[in-house]
Ligand binder design. Structure first.
Ligand SMILES: NC(=O)c1ccc[n+]([C@@H]2O[C@H](COP(=O)([O-])OP(=O)(O)OC[C@H]3O[C@@H](n4cnc5c(N)ncnc54)[C@H](O)[C@@H]3O)[C@@H](O)[C@H]2O)c1
Length: 201
C-alpha cells in the first residue's frame, strides 16, 4: 500500500471536461513514482444526469448540486472548475478565497475585468493556480506563436481567426450551452455567442 500523501480533487462541472479529468485521474497509477497520490473525492454539478455518471468512481464520497458545498468540503485540496464561461470568475474567486488549489479552464475570465479580478485574487493566495488548454501546444498554434516571437510578419491589415472544434462538426450533436442563440449581455448568465457571432469552445 502506498504511503504517499493523498491529494484530494473535487470537480465542479461534471460535463465533458469534468469526465475527462476523472478519466485522467483513474490512470494515475501509470506514472512512475509520482510525488503524491491524486484521487477524485468530490463532484458538484447542477445536472442530476451529470452527477449520476460519477457514482461509478469508487473514491468519490461527495456528490452535490452545490459548488459552494464542494468548496466548503475540508477533504478537498484541489478544485478543477470546468463550468460554462460566464461562471468562471465567480467560481474561481470562491475557490481561491477558500484557500484551495485551483485547476481552472479557459477563458481565464470571460473579459478583461474578470481576468484582472481573478489575477488580483491569485496575488493574495499562496495556493497553486493553473489554467490549462491543449490548443497552444498544437503544431499549427506553435508555428503562429513562433512567427510572432520572431516578428516574422509585416504590418497586419486584418486578422481572421477561426477554430472548428471537431465535436461541433457533428450535425447530430444536441445543442448545449455553447452554441445557444439568444440575446445576451455581460450581466446575463448565458453565453456570449449571440453577441459576438463567435463560438466559444
Ligand atoms: N482545456 C481544453 O482543452 C478544453 C476543452 C473543452 C472545454 N474546455 C473548457 O471547459 C469548460 C467546460 O466545458 P465542457 O465542454 O466540459 O462543458 P459541458 O457543458 O460539457 O460541462 C459543463 C458542466 O457544468 C455544469 N454546470 C453548469 N453550471 C454549474 C454550476 N453553477 N455549478 C456546478 N455545475 C455547473 C453543467 O451542468 C455541465 O455538466 C469550459 O470553460 C470550456 O471552455 C476546455
Amino acid at each position: 500500500m502506498s504511503t504517499k500523501k493523498n491529494v484530494n480533487i473535487g470537480i465542479i462541472g461534471g460535463g465533458l471536461m469534468g469526465r475527462e479529468l476523472a478519466s485522467a485521474l483513474a490512470r494515475w497509477f501509470v506514472f512512475v513514482d509520482p510525488p503524491v497520490e491524486a484521487r477524485l473525492v468530490a463532484v458538484a454539478d447542477l445536472s442530476e444526469q451529470a452527477r449520476e455518471w460519477f457514482r461509478r468512481v469508487p473514491t468519490v464520497t461527495q456528490i452535490t448540486a452545490s459548488a459552494g458545498e464542494l468548496i466548503a468540503n475540508p477533504e478537498v485540496d484541489v478544485v478543477y472548475a470546468a463550468v460554462p464561461h460566464q461562471l468562471h470568475q465567480q467560481i474561481y474567486l470562491q475557490v481561491i478565497e477558500a484557500g484551495k488549489d485551483l485547476l481552472a479552464e479557459k477563458p481565464f475570465g470571460i473579459d478583461l475585468s474578470a481576468a484582472e479580478q481573478i489575477n488580483a485574487a491569485i496575488s493574495h493566495t499562496k495556493r497553486f493556480v493553473r489554467c490549462s488548454s491543449e490548443f497552444p501546444f498544437m503544431p499549427g498554434a506553435q508555428k503562429v506563436i513562433q512567427f510572432i516571437q520572431e516578428k516574422r510578419y509585416g504590418k497586419p491589415l486584418e486578422i481572421r481567426v477561426g477554430f472548428h472544434h471537431s465535436s461541433d462538426l457533428d450535425p447530430t450533436k444536441p445543442i448545449n450551452w455553447k452554441p445557444r442563440r439568444r440575446s445576451w449581455s455581460w450581466s446575463t448568465p448565458t453565453t456570449p455567442m449571440a453577441a459576438t457571432g463567435r463560438r466559444p469552445h
